[in-house]
Design a protein. Structure first.
Length: 105
């Protein structure tokens, strides 16, 4: 009995990188390059570092320019349908600055 060679039309398994749209600049980026802000079912807003929190999420670039734009235009508030506190913006800003400072080289 001859071995049947399975015809694989796509031999190299493509690892699909999950991409999400940034609410600030509307650009699409790999999920890992974005910050996820999530509104829990209880209505609590937090930054989701694991990407696994349940709730409605919005993504933002780890870029200060993009963060500022998002804060000014209130897109996070619109995307999540909840008030974004200054404390959360400050936390986000810290994360964005940290990421920016550690990217590039
Ligand atoms: Zn962006």
């Amino acid at each position: 009995m001859a071995l049947t060679k399975a015809k694989n039309s796509n031999p190299a398994p493509k690892r699909k990188i999950p991409e999400r749209r940034c609410v600030g600049c509307q650009g699409t980026f790999p999920k890992k390059d974005l910050l996820r802000v999530v509104r829990s079912p209880e209505g609590e807003i937090s930054i989701d570092f694991t990407g696994k929190k349940s709730g409605r999420g919005a993504y933002l670039c780890k870029k200060e320019a993009c963060f500022r734009k998002a804060r000014k235009s209130g897109v996070l508030h619109r995307a999540l349908e909840v008030e974004i506190t200054d404390a959360l913006y400050e936390e986000l800003e810290k994360e964005v600055r940290f990421a920016e400072a550690h990217s590039g080289d």
